[in-house]
Design a protein around this ligand. Structure first.
Ligand code: NAD
Ligand code: UDP
Ligand code: UDP
Length: 315
């Protein structure tokens, strides 16, 4: 049994990771400031003898004793990370410094939840880890993109300078149950709109692409990455190479939900990447991993979750 810290553990991905680690028999410390996460995501674990919840903001120092750290704290939806962009950069950068300082004192292995956003609006397609990206440093997405890039820089400098045992995972768009209905990301928006019979909001012409990974596949890759030998740092892409336009996604959601929602077109936010698809050759060879859940199957699970959640909210 390891003592494992999960920052952002009350969020969408973090709560699934806490579940997995508890099921594997570990002692889990979940740290979250509940900015976008919710106690509801982890309520079913609060009575577990090896689960502990701490309300804390990672931009402040944290003194605890653990063996491993997964650093997920950071809002991930553009709507939420742009709400208080200065806090977003602080969370990525100060949060990384504090968690790296903690890992250094404890000699603990630490994994960073980085993002495909480090590639920005990419000219190389699909994106391999060796691509340096095309990121606007002063745009509305920069607080997130540059914050995450700087966090990667800090991880690699702590590795080179202090010999820290680091793991960096670049996550491509991941979806599933426990996304917040107001999260603002495309999968949850489309499903919630379809279930409520509201218009489906397509930003721009809807021909931009994303590649969607189901949460269970991502968590499996996280755990495998944490278990790799010391010295294997990544960065490593984790995502599902199946690539879809936003119009295709909307049509799939509508076909599964039914109902009478219409597609409506809204302005494209600035710096919105036109295409995104992970090159997962490295994950296949080092982690022996590839995603198993097809988009349609993952959407069915997610739709079922939102049906229950929205029915509960209405009751
Ligand atoms: P989420 O918004 O559901 O979870 C983020 C969690 O971090 C929330 O519980 C939030 O309250 C918490 N948090 C935010 N700021 C904090 C702070 N200063 N101190 C402590 N806790 C804080 O988003 P998610 O999709 O679960 O994303 C988790 C991580 O994975 C993030 O770091 C995100 O950047 C990364 N990521 C996610 C995706 C994806 O598609 N889901 C893609 C790329 C990267
Ligand atoms: N830190 C922390 N918990 C610890 C150790 C360090 O939160 O157990 C924070 C502390 O705020 C520190 C930061 O991590 O400023 C970076 O630590 P490091 O040891 O790298 O640098 P220094 O202490 O010299 O600033
Ligand atoms: N998007 C959309 N309608 C929505 C929300 C998002 O068409 O209601 C688009 C958005 O412009 C982007 C894509 O869907 O091109 C993915 O957006 P999301 O916010 O999920 O993630 P990210 O842009 O960070 O990949």
């Amino acid at each position: 049994m390891a003592r494992i810290l999960v920052t952002g553990g009350a969020g969408f991905l973090g709560s699934h990771l806490c579940d997995r680690l508890l099921d594997d028999g570990h002692d889990v410390l979940c740290v979250d400031n509940f900015f976008t996460g919710s106690k509801r995501n982890i309520a079913h674990r609060l009575e577990h003898p090896y689960f502990e919840l701490m309300r804390h903001d990672v931009t402040f120092p944290l003194y605890v004793e653990v063996d491993q750290i997964y650093n997920l704290a950071c809002p991930a939806s553009p709507v939420h990370y742009q709400h208080d962009p200065v806090q977003t950069t602080k969370t990525s950068v100060h949060g990384a410094i504090n968690m790296l300082g903690l890992a250094k004192r404890l000699k603990a292995r630490i994994l960073q939840a980085s993002t495909s956003e480090v590639y920005g609006d990419p000219e190389v397609h699909p994106q391999p880890e060796g691509y340096w990206g095309r990121v606007n440093p002063i745009g509305i997405r920069s607080c997130y993109d540059e914050g995450k890039r700087c966090a990667e820089t800090l991880f690699f400098d702590y590795h080179r300078q202090h010999n820290l045992d680091i793991k960096v995972v670049r996550i491509f768009n991941t979806y599933g149950p426990r996304m917040h209905p107001n999260d603002g990301r495309v999968v949850s928006n489309f499903i919630v709109q379809a279930l409520r019979g509201e218009d489906i909001t397509i930003y721009g012409d809807g021909r931009q692409t994303r590649s969607f990974c189901y949460v269970d596949d991502l968590i499996e890759a996280f755990v495998r990455m944490m278990g790799t030998e010391a010295g294997f740092t990544g960065p490593i892409n984790i995502g599902n190479p199946g690539e879809f336009t936003m119009i295709e996604l909307a049509e799939k959601v509508l076909a599964l939900v039914g109902g009478r929602s219409k597609l409506v077109f809204r302005p494209l936010p600035s710096d919105d990447p036109k295409q995104r698809q992970p090159d997962i050759a490295l994950a296949k060879s080092v982690l022996d991993w590839q995603p198993k859940v097809a988009l349609e199957d993952g959407l069915k699970e997610t739709i079922a979750y939102f049906r229950r959640t929205l029915d509960g909210a209405a009751a």
